[in-house]
Design a protein around this ligand. Structure first.
Ligand code: HEC
Ligand code: HEC
Length: 217
């Protein structure tokens, strides 16, 4: 009985995977991924840490993000669902196999420290902590951790870890959702949240998250 249920559950999962149309690529291989990532280190760095560029466009940390999430973003850049003129040519360099390979490569790296939250004051950090861990029901803002997982370290392949991500990058993404410029999640879960956040809220949660270090086992 139970094994029947598991078997049909597996069948369903496999069916969904095939329906997603990306199942032609083999499973990701981190060693091959390292080769394909040669073009990425200039910005995302050899340890996957990326960089907070103050006053410019920050390069996100890729180290420790879920492989599924990374692969989805790369396909979204390639197919124009996520628009960024810096990233697009690099996503376009990768074929479907290389996408899953680099995704495996970066997902296996330990999470690195984030930049950009160093000089935040106490009040700003307290507001950021509230939004990240408890939310703000008066503003209808759900806590970040309700989707991004305990510690905001990520949950499954869909919800990337946002703790220990660069403040400038988090801020830029929240603003992009607010302005309707990042529309690659068909359910637009982040758009609905970002539109309720003030400039101060965006700044607060970004610097607080950047100050959270994620212990790697
Ligand atoms: C010239 C700098 C640059 C290079 C080189 C580069 N990227 Fe990026 N990458 C960026 C920027 C900037 C962003 C953020 C884009 C945005 O704001 O939407 C980004 C975003 C990403 C994201 C989305 C991360 C997230 O958290 O959603 C992935 C995945 C990614 N890059 C992978 C790669 C891979 C793989 C390569 C090499 C094949 C590469 N990048 C090369 C600058 C670069
Ligand atoms: C209802 C679920 C949900 C909640 C609550 C939520 N998020 Fe998200 N978030 C998502 C999903 C789904 C994605 C991935 C979207 C995609 O695939 O492009 C995401 C992605 C992100 C990203 C992009 C990460 C990257 O590497 O590019 C940031 C930044 C982010 N969320 C910040 C927040 C913050 C800050 C909060 C709290 C104020 C929050 N999220 C609350 C669902 C949620």
């Amino acid at each position: 009985m139970t094994s029947m249920r598991i078997a049909s559950g597996l069948g369903l999962l496999l069916g969904l995977g095939l329906a997603a149309g990306q199942a032609q690529a083999q499973e990701g291989d981190a060693e091959r991924g390292q080769q394909a990532a040669g073009a990425c280190v200039a910005c995302h760095q050899a340890d996957g840490s990326g960089m907070s560029v103050s006053g410019g466009e920050s390069w996100p940390r890729l180290a420790g993000l879920p492989a599924e999430y990374i692969a989805k973003q790369l396909h979204d850049f390639k197919e124009g669902r996520r628009e960024n003129t810096t990233m697009m040519p690099f996503a376009n360099m990768l074929d479907d196999q290389q996408v899953v390979d680099v995704a495996a490569y970066y997902s296996e790296m330990p999470v690195t420290e984030a930049q950009g939250g160093e000089d935040a004051d106490e009040d700003l950090l307290a507001r950021g902590e509230q939004l990240a861990l408890r939310g703000d029901w008066d503003e209808y803002i759900v806590s970040c951790k309700s989707c991004h997982g305990p510690g905001n370290e990520g949950a499954g392949g869909t919800f990337p870890g946002i703790a220990s991500q660069h403040a400038g990058y988090i801020e830029a993404q929240l603003r992009a959702w607010q302005a309707g410029e990042r529309g690659n999640d068909p359910q637009n879960l982040m758009g609905a949240i970002a539109e309720r956040m003030s400039d101060e809220d965006i700044r607060a949660v970004s610097v607080w998250l950047a100050n959270q270090s994620v212990a790697s086992e």
